[in-house]
Ligand binder design. Structure first.
Ligand code: DLZ
Length: 164
């Protein structure tokens, strides 16, 4: 299976758990908001399609992807959700800023996953161009928000199995 067409929601993958009773927090960055809004919409749509109730989806906005670290940490510590999806989009520019943000966010989210009790899903889209971002946020390559939602549901189910 090509990584370009791989979808976590494919029928060849393990079934998506029923999301009824699952509470999902989403922290979404405003930078590149035409992309992050589409990713958010995709994630929310998939959560609802899989049984998550509207009232169990909590969305908070932060300015940029760097702030996803703090935003996700606070959402985790609130105790009000069973998983957090961190959504952002970083598009490579002419300066090394791209690398610093990507490195910081991936390390920050990884740290939360090992130090906290609930899963934090890495929903940071990192692309070389606006076109690549559009292709992955509702374009010809699907909507990665869908995958983030499926991952959140699978990880909540995993956590419940392990911790029962
Ligand atoms: C500063 C900056 C730059 C250059 N590029 C992006 C980007 O492509 N995507 C994104 O989400 N945020 C970007 N930011 C903002 C930083 O994430 C952060 O908000 C600021 O450095 C303030 O902490």
């Amino acid at each position: 299976m090509s990584s370009n067409t791989f979808q976590l929601s494919d029928s060849t993958m393990s079934p998506v758990p029923d999301g009824k009773g699952m509470r999902v927090g989403i922290v979404v960055a405003e930078w590149n908001d035409n992309i992050t809004k589409a990713l958010l919409d995709g994630a929310v749509k998939t959560l609802k399609e899989n049984g998550v109730e509207s009232g169990d989806i909590k969305v908070e906005v932060v300015p940029g992807s760097f702030e996803l670290i703090y935003g996700s940490a606070q959402m985790v510590k609130s105790g009000e959700v069973d998983a957090v999806i961190a959504i952002g989009c970083v598009i490579r520019g002419d300066t090394p800023h791209f690398d610093y943000i990507c490195q910081a966010v991936s390390s920050g989210i990884a740290e939360l996953n090992v130090s906290q009790k609930i899963p934090v899903i890495f929903g940071l889209l990192t692309t070389n161009s606006q076109e690549q971002a559009e292709e992955r946020s509702g374009g010809i390559l699907g909507n990665k928000g869908d995958e983030y939602a499926v991952t959140a549901l699978k990880m909540i189910a995993f956590s419940r199995r392990i911790n029962k």
